[in-house]
Design a protein around this ligand. Sequence first.
Ligand code: C2E
Ligand code: MG
Ligand code: MG
Ligand code: MG
Length: 285
Amino acid sequence: RSKSDGRGALRLFVPSMERELIRRRDLELELKRALAQDELTVYYQPQFSVSGEVVVGFEALVRWIHPVQGLISPGEFIPVAEQTGLITELDMWVLRRACAQARDWGEVKLAVNLSPVDFRSHDLAGSVAAILRETGFPPQRLEIEITENLLFGNHAEAFAALSALRSTGIRIALDDFGSGYSSLGYIRRFRVDTIKIDRSFTQNISQSDDAAAIIDCVVRLARALAITVTAEGVETRDQLRYLQSVGCHYVQGFLLASPVPFSSIDRYLERAKRPDSARHPRLVN
Ligand code: C2E
Ligand code: MG
Ligand code: MG
Ligand code: MG
């Protein structure tokens, strides 16, 4: 490039940003198309009683099977969907599909992730209720997973939407607990039913006394408040043993099961029928 090109210097550092912007815009257009053309699908990750023996529920996790790029992870496209306003349509699509697919799975719970952005949409609770009616899915079996950011943001709005959801019998789980800004105050105020301990704690159980102590403390506190605790990201037997020793209720992670497509769900449903005392944590508190 010649020195007379005034943009030369700028171009030294702009290309990567430019590429990123273009990639985002492409991703946005592609995502719109994906929603319209049914390229999205839902995987389900089983959640187990802390014994590791009984399946108590499934978390719905969206997947994008791109015709050229193959499987794209939600970590890549959820942020784009959130920035472009596509997220609520996407989340409602996932909710509808998951409720329809999981309706006849027996008594197991279905957990579905919602974005904080969804709570700004008009009448979220009404949309959710309509999907439950449409699919015939019982609200008592549905758990909505929200993140701490929601509680940290616009309190009044979020609180109203959460209350409306809860009043229909839907349960609320606080996802990735400990990774953000939430405080014990939020937990009480928003009356969450479940805390999901962030996997960064689970994965440090054996390496860090602090992580282990924090988990112990969170479980005690949750139990005192009659809140259920699920540990995310359980990958080793040592982690599972520790979670058992501190009285965590439920566990989720690659050690027990990875997210699987709808077509592979049957073998886990077999394991959902066994009786287990940990299945009704309120009674064993
Ligand atoms: P999340 O809700 O915390 O979901 C758990 C994530 O951890 C999933 O990643 C899951 O595959 C992964 N995971 C499960 N067990 C293990 C383990 O033992 N080790 C490790 N390293 N990871 C494990 P995934 O499916 O890639 O989803 C990432 C995030 O994207 C989710 O985190 C959630 O925040 C978001 N997400 C997924 N589906 C949806 C959706 O339908 N709507 C919205 N709004 N967000 C979604
Ligand atoms: Mg989740
Ligand atoms: Mg999580
Ligand atoms: Mg997450």
